[in-house]
Design a protein around this ligand. Structure first.
Ligand code: ACO
Length: 388
């Protein structure tokens, strides 16, 4: 971290904190990350307990409203979710304009732009911003619409047509159904549901902070989500789950880990799925996702992948003392479920849209324009040369 005492652009004294590391930018009541106790709480509830007991829809409600839903509230949310599940014609048409080789994060960003433009059509920018209550209503419709986009992206790349949503399935099972067109097995639905809950929220991470910055200008929730998707695409953030699978495929087998790491570290490569800005002794979400991965390794009879996973983890931790983050177990878990590697980060979006939009509503409720200062290090004042 670079710290420097100098003259910022308002003329006062300031400390430059590169990457905003260690900066507390605002308060939040949505989640608490505590690296000391290695815990993550959503509205006070430990995330691993939520993952073990709740459907993802209930956690979405919790993030938006602050309390777990009553039976009636959950039924209401599920009814709304089912109502907005289908792939809308305008969204499909916009995706079809993109090359089939387009990254699915670009498809998702486009889809949210289309949905957002439709939601606020005819409104001025000021009216489009809405209040927290309307934002949560829009968020519910957006969260319902995204699985069809994720599923269509994977199917389009494989030359397959849309699978219609099924009303008898919950959020997680329906996403799997729309992607694969086969009845999802309960063990897979359970692992997937856990991953959605673990990915749903993580305080002021880069994409959430991006959403809050956009919201602070009084832009609407879909604009904030488009920007958040852009931030999540990067391999230092959400894109890491995709990169993990590429790394595991490149290594190929457990007995090749040591030699591969020798070479990768000599070339100063970042090992994707390891390290975290906040957690320095392990990511609180990893044990829950690792247990889900273990179940899938057994279910799909893929001990080779389990061995490779364990070998890279133990070798890298032993050499660098840097621990896995959530993307490390979720990458191979999604791979075993049958998702293309390029679909992994869009799955992260399908989950994190709940956290992002909860933060948008929270920012709207107590807004202050986010506008930090900078320290100028360019040339001192000088004369503009005369034109030749
Ligand atoms: N592989 C190799 N070295 C690493 C890794 C890694 N994955 N992570 C950290 N380091 C090293 C850095 O090279 C640096 O070494 P140095 O001091 O010798 O230069 C030191 O550890 C500190 O690393 P920073 O990058 O400064 O730590 P920071 O807190 O800024 O970064 C980050 C955190 C970006 C997540 C980093 O660990 C990383 O790039 N990891 C790989 C990408 C990844 O998995 N991202 C997912 C994040 S979690 C999520 O989105 C769910």
């Amino acid at each position: 971290m670079t710290m420097n005492t100098s003259q910022p652009d308002d003329g006062g004294q300031a400390e430059v904190r590169k990457g905003l590391a260690g900066v507390v930018a605002d308060v939040t009541a949505i989640s608490k990350v505590d690296p000391e106790t290695n815990s993550l709480l959503y509205r006070g509830y430990p995330v691993q307990d939520l993952a073990a007991t709740q459907p993802f829809e209930a956690v979405a409600w919790l993030l938006w409203h602050g309390e777990l839903p009553t039976a009636d509230e959950l039924a209401g949310l599920r009814a709304t979710e089912r109502e907005h599940r289908a792939l809308a014609d305008d969204v499909r048409a916009a995706i079809d304009l993109l090359p089939v080789s387009a990254h699915p994060m670009d498809e998702l960003r486009t889809a949210v732009s289309v949905v957002g433009a439709r939601e606020v059509a005819g409104l001025s920018a000021l009216d489009a911003a809405a209040d927290p209550e309307e934002t949560v209503a829009r968020a519910g419709r957006l969260f319902a619409a995204l699985p069809a986009v994720v599923a269509y992206g994977q199917r389009r790349r494989r030359g397959l047509d849309v699978v219609e949503a099924r009303d008898d399935l919950d959020f997680s099972a329906n996403l799997l159904w729309m992607t694969f067109g086969t009845e999802p097995e309960p063990v897979v639905v359970d692992a997937f549901n856990r991953s959605m809950i673990l990915y749903a929220e993580h305080s002021f991470n880069a994409s959430t902070f991006t959403a809050r910055v956009v919201t602070s200008t009084l832009a609407d929730v879909h604009s904030a989500v488009v920007a958040a998707i852009a931030a999540l695409k990067g391999p230092l953030h959400g894109g890491a789950n995709e990169a993990v699978m590429e790394t595991l495929a490149e290594i190929g087998a457990a007995d090749r880990v040591a030699a591969w790491l020798d070479d990768a570290l000599a070339r100063k490569r970042k090992i994707m799925g390891f390290g975290h800005r906040v957690y320095k002794h392990g990511d609180s979400r990893v044990p829950t996702m690792k247990a889900a991965l273990d179940t899938l390794v057994e279910h799909y009879d893929r001990p080779d992948l389990g061995d490779l996973y364990a070998a890279l983890e133990s070798e890298f931790v032993a050499r660098k003392g840097i621990y896995p983050n959530l993307d490390y177990p979720s990458g191979p878990a999604y791979h075993l479920m049958g998702f293309d590697t390029a679909t992994f980060t869009p799955l992260f979006v399908a989950a994190r849209v709940t956290g992002w939009t909860a933060h948008v509503a929270e920012q709207q409720a107590a807004n202050s324009l986010i506008r930090p200062l900078s320290e100028y290090v360019g040339p001192a004042r000088r004369e503009v040369p005369r034109r030749l």
